[in-house]
Design a protein around this ligand. Structure first.
Ligand SMILES: [Zn+2]
Length: 211
């Protein structure tokens, strides 16, 4: 199973869509052919851009997002509200999150975080403990409420944006010639340690990944 993290611009509004948040689609629709197409990063299914609500679909190259004439899958409102509420609880510095409107800012999605899009992801080598953490964090991302899980609790404790971790994963995949979703099976430890001893070390890492 893939968690598509396109990290590509929306073909309508141009904002970078890092995470399609497929797990937020209602469970009843997760068996559909359209859902599987998006999950497999192939044409054949559309989902709404979280910024502008346009229907986007994967291009045939499995990388870019294009405009779609299909009826898009939409996010489950209860799921989004639950996650926005959880997100607001763990990222207390997000003043603009509330259960009614906050889902737009779920997992640090607001435009203020992504306006500087098209940033280059540089090649870099990762240490084993970094990969162990990123692997556990990525697996937790498939849960509807990841912020109650160990790696996400560490993320919250250190007030790091999810988009930064996703870009670190993509930087790893690119540097190793792997697919993003290969991170899931890289390690199996569900209780990783926080791999960056100082805030400065993490900041340097994020600079190196272009975030
Ligand atoms: Zn858009």
């Amino acid at each position: 199973m893939a968690t598509p993290w396109p990290d590509k611009p929306c073909p309508y509004c141009g904002l970078t869509i890092t995470d399609l948040l497929l797990e937020m689609v209602p469970d009843a629709q997760q068996g559909s052919a359209e859902y599987r197409a998006i999950n497999d990063r192939q044409p054949g299914g559309a989902i709404t851009c979280a910024y502008c609500q346009g229907a986007v679909e994967y291009a045939a190259n499995g990388e870019d997002l294009v405009q779609s004439i299909r009826e898009p899958l939409r996010y489950s409102r209860p799921k989004c509200e639950d996650r926005a509420w959880r997100n607001a609880q763990v990222f207390l510095n997000q003043q603009d999150t509330d259960p009614e409107h906050g889902w737009r800012t779920t997992r640090a999605w607001p435009a203020r975080c992504t306006a500087t899009d098209m940033r280059r992801i540089l090649r870099m080598r990762f240490r084993a403990e970094e990969l162990e953490f990123l692997s556990a964090w990525a697996r937790e991302e498939r849960a509807v409420e990841p912020y109650i899980l160990p790696a996400h609790r560490l993320q919250a404790a250190h007030q790091v944006r999810g988009i930064d971790l996703i870009r670190a994963i993509k930087a790893w995949a690119r540097s190793e010639g792997r697919r993003d979703e290969d991170i899931f099976d890289l390690h199996a430890n569900p209780n990783p340690v926080w791999p960056w001893p100082t805030p400065q070390e993490l900041a340097d890492r994020l600079v190196a990944t272009g975030t």
